[in-house]
Design a protein around this ligand. Structure first.
Ligand code: UT7
Length: 328
């Protein structure tokens, strides 16, 4: 181990208790369990309670990650929360999370990169810790997508869920080494996946609400086509610049939006599905939280072995794309 190496020291996740099944959705909109399973791979998703905002899910995931890392909250120098459904627009959700953790000194801020939020956060944490001023960071990706979902729109409401995943990242940690992260975006395609109202361009008004502009809108088919290509480009870029080949990958943890996208990405990387972690069937798409929830589930199940090369890759609103390689 090099004392300057930056490693993932602990993982944790939290999903709300309430399960919403495809059969439940059949009672709410004109859809079917068969359509949802065949087109997306999703069987059920978790829905947060009304009094369970993002900070509440985030703190549960964070406490679990801190415990597994053996780190006390007051040791954290940096707290990063990747989300676009923070408790309120101001202050940053990370500050509310910090307060719940009982930390009073870390620099705390949010990252808005939608489904890529976790990998964007990993890149930021990695570079902050590389810089020398900070030693220990908490990165949480948490989303309460049920709060921005139009429950009358079958195009979107069958896709999303709520939850949180967290990692503790330490300088000089002997394993879980973050080898590299790659982040990219194309803002010219912002409208393909967005929440039109609630920002300064279109504040929440009675009219905006009547027009349901406070909810997620997605041009699913267009996003689908771009997702596979950009995820493959991002993954190949990170492999190439670190002199790895696809055959070196022990585990692929893709963003969990659609099983067809995941299968196509695995095919493109020449990986058997046995090397691809999927939890989409149980949680649906939790935006940036999908990858750290998966990582924590794998960690707790003992699936990750020392030396495993883990490829994480994501695509989402922005449009954003990202990939990261970690040596477990
Ligand atoms: O996480 C961020 C990134 N997001 C993604 O990567 C999501 C990417 N997109 C997707 O995963 C897929 O495009 C969806 C799952 C959103 C949609 O699947 P699709 O195969 O692209 O379906 P489609 O939108 O082309 O719609 C096909 C048909 C349409 O009917 P017509 O026009 O063919 O008569 C839809 O109206 O399926 C209909 N449809 C539904 N039917 C039953 C759309 N949603 C539903 C539904 N139940 N829930």
């Amino acid at each position: 181990m090099h004392k300057l190496e930056i490693g993932i020291a602990g993982t944790g996740y939290y999903v709300p208790a309430k399960v919403l099944t495809n059969a439940d959705l059949e009672q709410m909109v004109d859809t079917s369990d068969e359509w949802i399973r065949e087109r997306t791979g999703i069987r059920e998703r978790r829905i947060a309670a009304p009094d369970e905002p993002v900070s509440e899910m985030a703190v549960r995931a964070a406490r679990s990650a801190l415990l597994s890392a053996g780190v006390r909250p007051e040791e954290l120098d940096v707290i990063i929360l990747a989300t676009f459904t923070a408790d309120r627009p101001l202050p940053a959700g990370a500050c509310l999370l910090q307060e719940k953790l009982g930390n009073t000194r870390a620099g705390s801020f949010d990252i808005s990169a939608a489904c890529c939020g976790f990998i964007y956060g990993l890149e930021v944490a990695h570079k902050l810790l590389t810089g020398g001023r900070y030693r220990t960071a908490l990165l949480v990706a948490a989303e309460k997508l049920s709060s921005v979902t139009d429950w009358e729109d079958r195009n979107t409401c069958v896709l999303f869920g709520d939850g949180a995943g967290a990692v503790v990242i330490k300088k000089g940690h002997p394993h879980g080494r973050i080898i590299d992260c790659y982040i990219g975006s194309d803002g010219s395609k912002a409208d393909l996946l967005s929440i039109p109202a609630g920002g300064s361009a279109r504040p929440i008004t009675h009219r905006a609400i009547d027009e349901k502009q406070q909810f997620v809108k997605m041009a699913g088919r267009e996003v689908f086509k771009l997702a596979v290509n950009e995820m493959l480009n991002a993954a190949r870029m990170v492999l190439k610049r670190n002199n790895y080949d696809t055959s070196d990958i022990s585990w692929l943890i893709p963003h969990q939006a659609n099983l067809r996208i995941i299968r196509a990405a695995a095919r493109g990387l020449n990986l058997p599905m046995g090397k691809v972690f999927v939890n989409l069937d149980r949680y649906g798409n939790i935006s940036g939280a999908t990858i750290p929830v998966a990582l924590a589930e794998m960690d707790q199940a003992g699936l990750l072995k020392r030396g495993d090369l883990v490829m994480m890759v994501a695509f989402g609103g922005g449009l954003t794309w990202s990939a990261s390689l970690v040596e477990w």
